[in-house]
Design a protein around this ligand. Sequence first.
Ligand code: NDP
Length: 443
Amino acid sequence: MNYVDCILAETAAKNPNQPEFIQAVTEVLDSLRPVIDAEPQYEKNNLLARLVEPERSIIFRVPWVDDKGNVQVNKGYRVQFNSAIGPYKGGLRFHPSVNLSVIKFLGFEQIFKNSLSGMPIGGGKGGSDFEPKGKSDREVMAFCQSFITELYKYIGAYTDVPAGDIGVGAREIGYMYGQYKRITGRYEGVLTGKGLTYGGSLVRKQATGYGLVYLCREMIEAKGHSFEGAKVAVSGSGNVALYAIEKAIQLGATVVTASDSNGWIYEKDGVDFEYLKDLKEVKRGRLFEYAEDHPSCVYSTTGRVWSVKCDIALPCATQNELHEDDARALIANGCYAVAEGANMPSTPEAVELLQKAGLLFAPGKAANAGGVSTSALEMTQNSQRLSWSAEEVDEKLHSIMVNIYKSISEAAEAYGMKDNFVVGANIAGFKKVADAMLAQGIV
Ligand code: NDP
């Protein structure tokens, strides 16, 4: 058995019941085969076995009291995956689907994404099976305070800097930051995605969605396409989806869909962005309410957004939300590009179909790296004790995304896989981390 197959078999045996983690490792290691074959130092130092094992996984109890006075208990996680090129960095996800497999898959992906960003940040991820939806502000605060009362021991501006993810936005980051400061007495950049009045960065909120569209624009323009006049299908209606929608509209596209976990909307002439943003960010409402106020819109609780006709698809909700049949529908409807705003939203079978059909495909670890890149810019501003203007941050974000596109397309071409951005992203992200690991010895 060759080296990559050995590591894949070993990883599957050592991590039973972790399907999302195994899926992510398989996808990455499969595409690294040409590098592993060409550069024997990686096998000689058993680098892959070290890469797939987190440096540290912390699992803890999170007790809190709900509004009825009942004691609730959730599980908390932080996986500190790899610190070869910088302090651990990656979001916290609060969602009932969170388990060790999901956090490890996200942490593993984060290593390569952070490397691609060009910023000095390692990979980590964390979260809880807590569901913030439907909870009062006081309940969310009680949970966040309890969560950080345990996690604060393991994080810090120079060790591990968590951020938001699904279910963790400005409100949750604020409560966690307040509790961290209260316990430690330190005012430092320990979390990113902070509010603007206490160390947050302008454009951080918009960064993942904007960055997604910036990278997608590079990819499609290289083939003579444009957002101007394009029809775009987006899934999700959270942080990433909202700002991908805004940027695509700014570039002249018509965004025809959005979704949440109850259903999805189809707006033939384009979604009403300002209404959607207010509904989701301020009112914390549901998409059926959008439909009630927009007779032009078709609201559906069955099927998925990928069945509508579009030129560009931007999956921005969650993992494994674009399946083989969805890929077939996109191909049949003439879609020419898919760029992943979410982490691993497309199943491996769907990716294979899309690539075989000749669609341009940008994987999440490259396409959604704008969020973590801007988080790293927030860290820089915090350590310099200053804040940059929105224009400055947006300009830096834009050039980071242009550079990511350049490095993934060059890496793909260098290994004879031109325009295969999955391979390009994995190889470009891997080499920097792997070489840093080799230089630092067996640690
Ligand atoms: P949010 O919580 O703000 O939004 C998530 C959206 O996806 C909501 O519309 C939510 O609907 C929907 N959704 C979540 N889980 C499911 C599910 N199981 N089934 C159907 N719909 C679902 O999260 P973000 O926008 O921050 O994150 C979205 C994706 O982007 C995730 O994969 C995340 O890891 C990734 N990402 C986020 C970054 C960031 O900066 N925020 C950075 C890089 C990647 P509902 O409200 O009904 O739950």
